[in-house]
Design a protein. Structure first.
Lengths: 577, 125, 111
């Protein structure tokens, strides 16, 4: 019995699962880091790539709606010509908003009027809660105060999700609460991988600046360590704040314990979080007063231009009027909390009930911390430079996942470790395929999304769904391709295609919209230029990767004896890799 | 300080500081000079210089973004500078060192010029 | 290297058949995920009920700290302690804190 056991142990294939929590603490954490990291690496790569793109969602949306450019330019010119700020128009717009609500939505317990942008121009919107307690809205014409029907006034811009697709995908995979939870679990796994990674990395200071190129597995490990350790504060912060933003979804038990488990309890908690507790309606009628004086006073108290005016319990004597500000004041980029200024008044007496200065929080430290965490995650502070830093660190995070997943297989190509017993080879093959699809394939999906934006006919119904279909469809095809072809081939071909699609994007834009890249730059349209320039840079990187893979592949083929006795393959193998 | 100016200064100082810290280690000093070990006092000198440059990077970030956001920005620039240092040192250690010198000198000179022209309040115009 | 697999179940590798390591890993995984979540929830509930000040702030603070605890629980669950000890180490504090939370909420808090 003992002899047989020894023989079994001597076999290369180990029993699946051996290795967890064995050896010392560090060794156990290395096991945890490897497996926790690997299984979530593909999803987290997608989260980080789309999250990084989401930093520049407005620029991407701008590129994806070329019909808007002329309109936006005209509006900017008009604003420059008459920089009156929120002038006489403010009172008129608020009056129209109130009149509309009074006429069409008598029973609404809350009116929310967004009169204009921070310069006094832009759209006029009104919001309320409909019969199903859902947010409803209407847009009013800024010239007449009449409701505008859908699509009116914005020209024939193509329907598209624009950059918002990347935002949505990033935090909920376009899948609502289920998607949110999947991402939340992945984010928690990332925290575990980060902590276990730091514990495992014995020489974290000695190897801080180490990167040894062209050394195979060691290079991949160095790269993985470099992108991870050098951006470590960012990685911890972004993972944690990402979870914390959706705290109420992931950890409702605190609300259940202290407020209750029903819908009213949840509403009460949210109300406590967002402002001073709402008053109960008194039952005594009181006409909604003229809103303009309240807005002006609020503006003075907050120090910000008026973003929204909210009336709670309109028509009742207990009505409150809340005035909210635009975070476009000079010091906005120096605040971490994205909360805008707010001033709350009693409609009946006009007295000031509450003032919140910009950046403050309605509650104590935890409430402020919550607001700050939201601001930190979505980089609502610091302006363009911070966005670029987040973009860089986000891509570093994506690289951290990608190098980790690739390292896993590079290690095992030379030394089969038998973690899955007899099925190990098949599992390795699957992982190789998933690596290609998750990394190169997702890239194809993203660039394909931009191509679809230019190629799907503008007038087609549900064209935004078609754009999404191309994103997911290309990604799915990449997966099939990666599982069908040998991994090396799949990598090379997908990288080649990625390079082509990225490098040709500016040309596609020129052909379909009529504007070359140089035109963007000359016009000062740096958002569109930025999108195309970044695609070019990505294309160059993908082309470099394609060439590196092609050389390696040719080298490997040359080392094997060809069937008919021919030796070296001509071409790239002659070049020193 | 405008945020563009602050960004360039912070990035230059972070890169220079990180490069100095790197070359204070035997293995990277070897990449630079071929000598297997740093001479006796060079290590602590480079470490001190690197730390000082990183600390100095706080000046432009706080000037450009205030205290709270500035701290977050500083961490970001330090990470960016470290990534630059690793990439350049591994590609070509000598050129990395030259670039680090240039960046450090320019940034320090820039900050010194502001102090001499406007005093320390010059950072808060 | 000794004959022991990851099973710290106390059985020698020679005489009796050791618990399949795969099952032990699964046990740890379930403990880490669900036991860890239970512990984190218990902390969130406890802080919500026990922290002084406005209850909205107590609830928010509870949520914020709970995620850190869950991550650490997973780390600990995969350290070299037996799977049985992992389950106890997560569920017992969870029960204690959860119980305390309910008591506090019923009596003291609930404002």
């Amino acid at each position: 019995m003992a002899g047989a056991f020894e023989m079994a142990k001597a076999q290369i294939s180990k029993v699946p699962g051996s290795g967890a929590a064995t050896g010392g603490f560090r060794q156990a954490q290395a096991w945890l880091h490897t497996w926790c990291g690997l299984w979530f690496s593909w999803l987290l790569f997608a989260v980080f790539l789309t999250g990084s793109l989401a930093v520049f969602q407005e620029a991407i949306t701008h590129w994806m709606t070329p019909e808007h450019h002329a309109e936006e330019a005209a509006e900017a010119a008009a604003r420059a010509a008459a920089p009156a700020g929120q002038g006489a128009d403010l009172g008129q717009r608020l009056a129209w908003g109130a009149a509309y609500m009074q006429k069409h939505h008598q029973g609404a317990q809350m009116w929310e009027i967004w009169p204009s942008d921070d310069k006094g121009g832009g759209d006029l919107h009104v919001y309320w809660f409909d019969a199903n307690r859902q947010y409803a809205d209407a847009e009013l014409d800024t010239a007449t105060g009449e409701e505008m029907t859908a699509g009116h006034g914005h020209g024939a811009a193509r329907a598209t999700m624009g950059g918002n697709h990347f935002v949505d995908f990033h935090y909920e995979l376009h899948a609502g609460q289920v998607g949110l939870w999947v991402i939340g679990i992945a984010a928690m796994a990332m925290l575990v991988a980060l902590v276990s990674g730091v514990i495992t990395h014995k020489r974290i200071f000695k190897d801080f600046f180490t990167f040894r190129a062209r050394k195979g597995q060691r290079s991949w490990l160095d790269a993985h360590n470099a992108v991870a350790v050098l951006t470590l504060p960012f990685q911890f912060m972004i993972a944690y704040t990402g979870i914390a933003i959706s705290s109420l979804s992931f950890m409702p038990v605190g609300v259940w314990t202290v407020y209750g488990t029903d819908q009213a309890a949840r509403t009460a908690f949210i109300a406590d979080m967002t402002e001073a507790g709402p008053p109960a309606p008194s039952g005594k009628p009181l006409a909604v007063p003229d809103l303009e004086p309240f807005a002006r006073r609020g503006q003075e108290l907050m120090g910000q231009a008026v973003r929204a005016v909210v009336v709670n319990h309109p028509g009742d004597a207990s009505a409150r009027i809340g005035v909210y500000g635009w975070n476009s004041d000079d010091r906005a980029h120096q605040r971490l909390s994205p909360n805008s200024g707010m001033a709350m008044f009693s409609a009946a007496t006009g007295e000031v009930l509450q003032v919140r200065l910009p950046g403050g929080a309605d509650g104590g430290t935890p409430s402020l911390a919550q607001a700050v965490m939201g601001g930190l995650h979505m980089v609502k502070f610091g302006g363009l430079a911070m966005k670029w830093l987040y973009f860089l660190c986000g891509l570093a995070g994506a690289a951290m996942m990608a190098t980790g997943a690739i390292l896993f297989m590079v290690k095992r190509r030379s030394r089969h470790q038998g973690e899955f017993g007899s099925a190990t080879a098949r599992v390795y093959r699957l992982i190789e395929g998933l690596n290609v699809a998750a990394i190169a394939g997702l890239g194809l999906g993203c660039i394909g999304y931009l191509w679809a934006n230019r190629l799907v006919p503008v007038g087609l119904a549900h064209r935004d769904d078609w754009e999404l279909a191309v994103f997911f469809g290309l990604w799915g095809l990449a997966l099939v391709h990666a599982l069908a072809c040998a991994p090396a081939t799949a990598w090379r071909q997908q990288m080649g295609l990625l390079a082509m699609l990225c490098l040709l994007l500016p040309l596609l834009n020129w052909i379909t919209v009529g504007e070359p890249l140089s035109a963007h730059m000359l016009e000062g349209d740096w958002e569109s230029a930025g999108v195309e320039l970044f695609c070019l840079a990505t294309g160059l990187a993908a082309a470099w990767a394609w060439r590196w893979l092609a050389r390696r592949g040719a080298g490997a083929a040359a080392r094997q004896k060809a069937p008919k006795g021919q030796t070296a393959v001509a071409g790239p193998s002659e070049v020193q890799a | 300080m405008s945020t563009l100016h602050a960004s360039l200064a912070a990035l230059a100082l972070a890169f220079a500081g990180m490069a100095a810290l790197a070359f204070a280690m035997d293995r990277h000093y070897e990449q630079l000079t071929g000598a297997r070990e740093l001479p006796a006092r060079r290590g602590p000198q480079l470490r001190g210089l690197g730390t000082a440059l990183l600390a100095l990077a706080l000046v432009p970030v706080v000037s450009g973004w205030g205290g709270t956001v500035g701290t977050v920005a500083w961490l970001g620039f330090v990470s960016a500078g470290a990534l630059m240092a690793v990439a350049l040192i591994s590609a070509h250690a000598r050129w990395a060192a030259r670039l680090a010198w240039l960046a450090g000198v320019l940034a320090v000179a820039d900050l010194a010029w502001i102090v001499f022209s406007f005093g320390t309040t010059g950072f808060f115009r | 290297m000794s004959l022991s697999h990851s099973s710290h179940s106390g059985q020698s590798g020679h005489s009796a058949k050791p618990t399949h390591p795969g099952l032990l890993v699964l046990s740890r995984l379930l403990a880490a995920v669900f036991g860890g979540y239970a512990l984190a929830s218990a902390l969130a509930a406890f802080l919500a009920a026990a922290l002084p000040g406005a209850r909205v702030d107590a609830v928010i603070a509870g949520m914020q700290w709970s995620f850190a605890l869950h991550a650490l629980a997973v780390i600990w669950a995969f350290s070299p302690v037996s799977a049985g000890r992992v389950w106890l180490g997560l569920l017992v504090p969870a029960a204690l804190m959860g119980g305390a939370a309910l008591l506090l909420a019923r009596n003291g808090g609930g404002v």
